[in-house]
Ligand binder design. Structure first.
Ligand SMILES: [Zn+2]
Length: 277
C-alpha cells in the first residue's frame, strides 16, 4: 500500500456543516487534547500513546514546514479514527479505500477549515503506520485557502514522512520513470490534480517526492510553502524566479532532471526522518 487517500471538500451552504456537527457528536472519544480527538478499538493501540504521538508529530511537522507565525492550535480539532478491520476502514472512508491504509479528509467552507479527519487501518505488525503521512496532509492544509495545496506539493511533502522502506520504493519509481522515458514533464507534474492512467501514479508520487527534496535543498524548507502560495497567486514561472532564482518551469525541469539522475534510485535523507517512525 504505497499510496494514500487524501480528500478535500469545499462545503457550500449550511446543511452540510450541520450534518458534520451531528456526526461529530455521535462519536464518543477515547481521549481528547487541544488539537485531537482519538477513537481507537478494544485491544487496539493505546489511546494515550496515540494522542501523544499525534501531538508530537504535529509539532515536529509544523516546526519543519511552517514559520513560527503559522503554528496555530486547531479549531476544530482533528478527529482520528483507528480501525481494526478493513471493512470498518472502508465503510468509514468509502470509495477508493481498497489500496490504502490511511485517509485524510479536510472540509472547508468560506475559506475556513470546518472539519479535519484521519482514518487509519491498524496492522498488528506495522501499527498505524500511515499516521505521519496523513497528518502531514492535515498540517499543510492550514496554509492554503480551502485547505487545498497543489497535489504534487501535498503528496511530495507527505511522502517525506513515510517509512524509509516506502520512501526507497518511491525514489525507485522516480528513477524507473526517468530511465524508461515515462516520467511526467515538470509542467504536467505541477498541474496534475486527477490521474488519467494507472501508470502515472507511481511516477507522480516518486517525482513529487524528488522535486520536493530538490526544492527544499535550495533554501529553508518553509520556503517551499511560500513558493506554492506564490505560484497559486502569480503562476509558477514568476514564483520560481522570486523564491528560488530559477528561470521558470523549463529551467526547473533541466535542473531537477540533472539532480534526479545524479541521485539515482537511492533515497536522500528525509528532512522529517526523525519523526517517520
Ligand atoms: Zn497522501
Amino acid at each position: 500500500m504505497l499510496f494514500c487517500l487524501c480528500r478535500f471538500f469545499a462545503i457550500l451552504g449550511l446543511v452540510a456543516v450541520a450534518s458534520l456537527a451531528d456526526s461529530a457528536q455521535a462519536s464518543a472519544w477515547d481521549i481528547e487534547s487541544d488539537n485531537f480527538q482519538i477513537r481507537t478499538f478494544v485491544g487496539g493501540p493505546s489511546a494515550v500513546q496515540l494522542l501523544q504521538r499525534c501531538e508530537s508529530l504535529r509539532a515536529d511537522l509544523q516546526q519543519v514546514w511552517f514559520t513560527a507565525a503559522d503554528r496555530r492550535d486547531w479549531s476544530p480539532r482533528c478527529q482520528v479514527f483507528v480501525h481494526s478491520t478493513k471493512s470498518s476502514y472502508q465503510t468509514a472512508v468509502g470509495r477508493g479505500a481498497a489500496q490504502t491504509s490511511g485517509s485524510s479528509l479536510i472540509q472547508a467552507s468560506g475559506g475556513k477549515i470546518v472539519s479535519r479527519r484521519i482514518d487509519l487501518l491498524y496492522d498488528v505488525q506495522k501499527g498505524a503506520s500511515a499516521l505521519p503521512h496523513e497528518l502531514t496532509h492535515v498540517v499543510l492544509a492550514d496554509r492554503f485557502d480551502d485547505g487545498r495545496p497543489p497535489r504534487w506539493l501535498d503528496e511530495g511533502i507527505a511522502t517525506m514522512a513515510d517509512s524509509p522502506e516506502k520512501r526507497t520504493l518511491h525514489h525507485r519509481d522516480c528513477h524507473n520513470a526517468l530511465r524508461t522515458g515515462e516520467a511526467l514533464r515538470v509542467v504536467q507534474l505541477l498541474r496534475l490534480e486527477q490521474f488519467t492512467s494507472a501508470k502515472q501514479v507511481p511516477a507522480f508520487y516518486g517525482q513529487s517526492l524528488s522535486l520536493v527534496h530538490f526544492l527544499a535543498d535550495q533554501g529553508e524548507p518553509a520556503n517551499l510553502i511560500d513558493f506554492a502560495e506564490a505560484a497559486i497567486e502569480r503562476g509558477y514561472d514568476r514564483a520560481l524566479r522570486d523564491i528560488y532564482q530559477i528561470e521558470g518551469i523549463e529551467d526547473l525541469e533541466r535542473r531537477w532532471r540533472k539532480y534526479a539522475w545524479k541521485m539515482g534510485p537511492k533515497a536522500p535523507q528525509s528532512l522529517v526522518l526523525t519523526i517517520a517512525r
